[in-house]
Design a protein around this ligand. Sequence first.
Ligand code: AHZ
Length: 311
Amino acid sequence: EQVHSSDSAPFKSTFEKNALPINGTKSKTLQEMAEKWDQGFTFAPIRESQVSRAMTRRYFKDLDTYAESDIVIVGAGSCGLSAAYMLGKARPDLKIAIVEASVSPGGGAWLGGQLFSAMVMRKPADAFLIDLGIPYEDEGDFVVVKHAALFTSTLLSKVLSFPNIKLFNATAVEDLITRANADGTLRIAGVVTNWTLVTMHHDDQSCMDPNTINAPIIISTTGHDGPFGAFCVKRLVSMQQIEKLGGMRGLDMNTAEDAIVKRTREVVPGLIVGGMELSEVDGANRMGPTFGAMALSGVKAAEEALKVFDE
Ligand code: AHZ
């Protein structure tokens, strides 16, 4: 009863500040609703096909729009999302597709490490938290966000709010599109995609051909080698574009974080690699549960990508 009472200020203030329908008319406030639960409360009517069409029409329009993208980010972990945030802020004119194999974007950044909540970032990555408006505790050389999920959900919500960014989750990149230059060298020109569930069944179902996205720049941030990780770098090896996997080295926080940020770069023309996937290019150490390098590698990957469009 207390929650529904007419002086439930939290209902009132948040709704009125945030109610911004993209089109249509302003809805009832929660406050107005709270006063009328017992007086014929009902949802607006709907037909089931309207729900189907509301989803499928938009999804197919997005598939059409983003079939030619400016930038594709592979993997929506902490590094990929950080890159997407910087790109969305800097260039509202570019079409940016994020392809994430998992149903849930965020990669390994929902927990700080093991199953603990707090997320550690070494300075100067606190600058990224300030930019996002995420509160933290200052411990001197490093800062602590009270829950990794606060970092990831804030970053994700900002990324998804950009009108020029589309996240295709439950979708895996299963190959790269390549073009031969006149001198015989190769450039990466897009990604080959499939529903993740389809990708997982190529061994027990007959041919299920994929889909594609063309783009002049791909940013790959699929994490270190594992069941799913280091996808694009592994493919570069099998395509003979790099000689072999670097082989991620043991854990050394100081060495690992500097190296990952410094080495974030275009590894072959058209393909920028960031985050822990880089450890499989250069054989960098892992850093374990400290996330500053993931954020700043994303910032640097975005800068590298923008060089192509700013020229
Ligand atoms: O699902 C993967 C995850 O969300 C996704 N991914 C992997 N292969 C893919 C594919 N197509 C589409 N073929 C794919 N998506 O990529 C995301 C990678 O996120 P992550 O959190 O694993 O990587 P990151 O580099 O952003 O962050 C690494 C975090 C780590 S690992 C680590 C250590 O092991 O020491 N320390 C830190 C901070």
